[in-house]
Design a protein around this ligand. Structure first.
Ligand code: C2E
Ligand code: CA
Ligand code: CA
Ligand code: CA
Length: 277
């Protein structure tokens, strides 16, 4: 990180140089990572609170780097966005999750699959057709595919984003606003755009049983979503107490370490058969 001296010049340390060079190298490695199968998906269950039914999974990408080991998305998604690899990465994630969702369905396990969509994708007019092709190829129902979009994605180019989001909605794909409460969504967009669901950001949920203000925020976001006819996922549910409070507040769906951390496919497939629900 850059340190400032007393005269407000920015002083870069040797550490910054190292970090920057490492980031540059990672960004250069990314296109090959997709081609060489170094990306891995973990799955985290999404559970309906009323009957404890597992109704879906969120796919979360990791990078098994040959030299640097396992890298988490917060360290390379921004690089992918900055270096133009995000389209290929997103296409890979979609391909894998739609195939996986189809395979679960064929085995009689009906799960919706959620994929995180970077802001930049909402500037790509070819995106909806790409999604449509993948759905057609597998026969996976559009209604079981959920795209999670952060608020900032919508703000940066409203009219273009509206067009793309509307197209996806017409195809029957479900749309979810991720990290809800942390951005600057004007409530007018919420009404105008065809979203089905909001995900309350985990920063409000993590401590809601101890911090009264956080509980008030969660309750307010729930009320808002309900009056707009949107369903609600609370993310970051780490313990039974939080689950109980959310249940009392009539929250629809929960996701978090309390049920399961994101785990690889094999682990997920064994996890789900052990569930009482
Ligand atoms: P996100 O979409 O908000 O995903 C939820 C993050 O919270 C995940 O971190 C997950 O592991 C973590 N999490 C889940 N439950 C709990 C909990 O109970 N407590 C706590 N403390 N954390 C919990 P992860 O997997 O490191 O992903 C970080 C972010 O990277 C995601 O945040 C998402 O924005 C982005 N991301 C992940 N996969 C993709 C992808 O395929 N494409 C794009 N564009 N972004 C992705
Ligand atoms: Ca997400
Ligand atoms: Ca989130
Ligand atoms: Ca996030």
């Amino acid at each position: 990180s850059a340190k400032r001296d007393k005269t407000h010049f920015t002083v870069y340390t040797h550490q910054d140089d190292l970090e920057r060079r490492q980031q540059l190298r990672l960004a250069q490695d990314l296109p090959d990572a997709v081609k060489n199968n170094q990306l891995v998906l973990n799955y985290q269950p999404i559970v309906r609170i009323s009957d404890q039914q597992v109704i879906g999974v969120e796919a979360l990408v990791r990078w098994q780097h040959p030299k640097q080991g396992l890298i988490f998305p917060d360290s390379f998604i921004p690089l992918a966005e900055g270096s133009g690899s995000i389209d290929a990465l997103t296409e890979w994630v979609l391909e894998q999750t739609i195939i996986q969702g189809s395979s679960w369905l064929a085995q009689g396990t009906r799960l919706s699959v959620s994929v995180n969509i970077s802001a930049l994708i909402l500037h790509n007019p070819a995106f909806p057709d790409m999604v449509a092709k993948k759905l057609e190829k597998t026969g996976f129902p559009a209604g079981l595919l959920k795209l999670e979009i952060t608020e900032s994605a919508i703000i940066s180019d409203v009219s273009r984003a509206t067009e793309i989001v509307t197209r996806l909605h017409e195809m029957g794909v479900r749309l979810s606003i991720d990290d809800f409460g942390t951005g600057y969504t004007s409530l007018a967009y919420l009404r105008k755009l065809p979203f089905d669901e909001i995900k309350i950001d985990k920063s409000f949920v993590l401590n809601m049983t101890q911090v009264a203000d956080d509980e008030v925020i969660v309750r307010t976001l729930l009320d808002l979503a309900k009056s707009l006819g949107l369903s609600v996922v609370a993310e970051g549910v780490e313990d039974a107490r939080t689950w109980k409070v959310l249940e009392a507040l009539d929250c629809d769906v929960a996701q978090g370490y309390f049920m399961s951390r994101p785990i690889d496919l094999e682990a997920f497939n064994s996890w789900i058969i052990t569930q009482p629900w």
